[in-house]
Every structure is written in structure tokens, then in C-alpha cells.
Design a protein around this ligand. Sequence first.
Ligand code: PLP
Length: 403
Amino acid sequence: MTSATSRAQQSVPFSRPVVAPETGPAVERVLRSGWLTTGPECAAFEEELAAWLEVPHAVTVASCTAAIEIAFRGLRLPRDAKVLVPAVTFCGAVEAVRHAGLVPVVADVEPDTGTVSPRTCAAAAREAGGVQAMLALHFAGYPADVAALAEAAGLTLDQVVEDAAHALGTRVGAELVGGLSRATCFSFYATKNLPIGEGGALTTRDEEVAAQARVTRLHGMTSDAWRRYLPGGSWQYSVEEAGVKANLSDVHAAIGRAQLRHLDAWQVRRHQIAGRYAAGLADVPGLVLPTDPETGEHAWHLYVVRVTPESGVTRDDLSRLLAERGIGTSVHFIPLHHFPHFRDICVVPSGGLPGADAVFAETLSLPLHQGLADEDVDIVVDALHELAPGTTSTMNRYQEALP
Ligand SMILES: *Cc1c(COP(=O)(O)O)cnc(C)c1O
């Protein structure tokens, strides 16, 4: 059996992209339009996305990873300037920092939240002799207090780039993630909250940051092809510094526009699923559930639990046993210092990253996507009740608590 067929046979896949019915006709329209690369659809998607995020500027790009690299290049820091990054994040985000010519300085995560805190940011920045910028992550969609993290690292918000790959719909306090810092980077990868397949966007309140990102995303050319071919357009352009090739195609933008119309409903569904997990899993021994933030809003990109020893099962065994029942899970993320490449290129605190190591041993992401039915959630909940029986001591505690 190939891995593709075994995935297809999973009764509850970890993730499956939902594609809105309007997507097909939208793609068809672009394919017939005579314009396939970055053009009017990207411009329209940028406007609609900016409106949804309540931010003045959105710049479409090929991926969130590209958006992060473009955002850091835009800071124009000296080569090998230091950038604070979380120990538990996606490898590509940190590769982007390196591709921008900068050195990642790793901040540990708190074992109870799995995210960096002002304490760990301040400690990592201090040991590195100061940092010039920061990549902040809203892990799983949980709002990070970006202002507090920046302050702890001795930075202003203009020196912060947000990795919002999980945070489409996250609110920090009353404010949607998208305009809190210098630049915010979103992903439209197949598993993310707004799936296009591939794609990303950089959003900002700063007109200059947006203008510069438009130039950097297409080889550093000061005028893109669509503008040059517009009536009255000129073939002229300049290149003043190196850019990257990371523009989005109009075909992708058309998919994004069709999908965006469903995003509000999809976010409601994600909240419902998280609520159903919370209610169903509350009494599974040793399973620590994610919480709703006290202020702001969770985007519920991931539902990440911790499988503690009191569950009576290890994370690895639980993941395997769930897979045998056709339930897909994942681990977000393997900490950076577990990879040879990042041990090579990153500054890691001398005391190691004990918070990240502790979280990594126990973390497990359950299926969460907008297409999940209540029955799917219940299959996962029932399986976890069976497979995490608790230890003798948790069983005793449970029985003592019975009436
Ligand atoms: C998915 C993801 C990215 C990368 O997104 P791409 O659009 O695939 O480049 C970056 N950071 C985090 C935390 C992610 O989960």
C-alpha cells in the first residue's frame, strides 16, 4: 500500500483541504483571461485580504516562508545581525531568516504553554549580547503578546516580523493579527486555515514596507510585468538591489479569492471543533488540553495536546495506536536544536533549551480542519479515552472522585 492510499483510507485524516465550489469557475476564468502571472487577480485578492484583516496593505507572495525572508531583507540590517526566533517553530521560517543574511538566536519556550515568553526572550537576547530583530510566532493560532515579547528583547514593534502562518483570524486583545508589527506573514499552504495549495502574503500598516515588498518579491524590479503591459505602461524598470522570485500567480490568487468568501464560516467551524474536543477530552487522564486565551481570540489552526506520564501512554505510542485506527496526528514542531543544520547556524543558549525538550516529548496535534464533522471529532475523543487509560494513581484519584 502506498502512503497516498493509506492516507486516503484514514477515517479521520489529520488534515484535508476544503475547496469551495466557486474555485473551479474562478480558475477557469483566469485561464481564459490571457493573463496568468501576477496581475489583476492578485491585486483584487490583496484588496480583499487587507479588508478581511482590517489592515491597509497586503502583498501576495509565493509562500509565508518567502514573506518572512522579504520582511527581514526589508529591515536592511547588517549581515549576520541577530534575530530572535522561537525554539519550537517550522524549520522554513528560520531558514528564511538565514536566507536574509541574518543569524537566528533561539529563545526557549515555556514548558506549560509551548511558546516563548518575555522571560525566555529576555534571557536569550541578553546571552546573545542583544538582538536587532525578532520573529514572533502565534503558535497554533494562540495570540502572542507581541508588544511584551518585543519589549523584553529590547526591541520596538518596528523591529518585529510576525510569523502568522497559524494566525489568520487570531486577535491580540481586540486587534486582528496583521498590523501589529512591522510586517506580518501569512501562509495559504494546503493545510492552513485559508488553503490555496501554495501561497502567502505580507501585511503591514507601513506603505513603504509594502512598496518595498512588492519590488523584492519580483527580482527587485521596480515595475512588474502587469504594470508595464497596462495601456500607457512603459517597458522601463530599474533594479536597485537584489530581490527574490516569489510573486504569486493570478491562478492562485483566484483560488484565494474564492476561498476567502468562506473564511468566516470556516473559522466558526474551527472554534466549534475546538469546543467539542475540550468538552469531550476534559476527563481523559494525563491529557493536557489547549486553553482559550483570556483576552483576544484563538484562530484554532492546530489543536495541540500534551500527553503527560499520568495518561499511562507515551506520545509516540499514542500517535501510533491512533494511526492504526485510521486517525492522523502530527507533532508541531521538532525543536530547532534537534536538527544538525540549526545547531550549525543558530545561537543556542548555553544552558540548552530544556523547555523545548520537555514540550517536544509530550506534544501531539489532533485532527483539526474545517471539513471535520462532529462524528469525526467523537471518533478521536472515544479513541483517546480508550488509549489513554491513566496510570494506577490517576485511576485511583478518578475513582475517589466518583460519587
Ligand atoms: C506553514 C508554516 C510556515 C511556512 O508556510 P509556507 O507558506 O509553506 O511557506 C511558516 N511558519 C509556520 C509556523 C508554519 O506552520
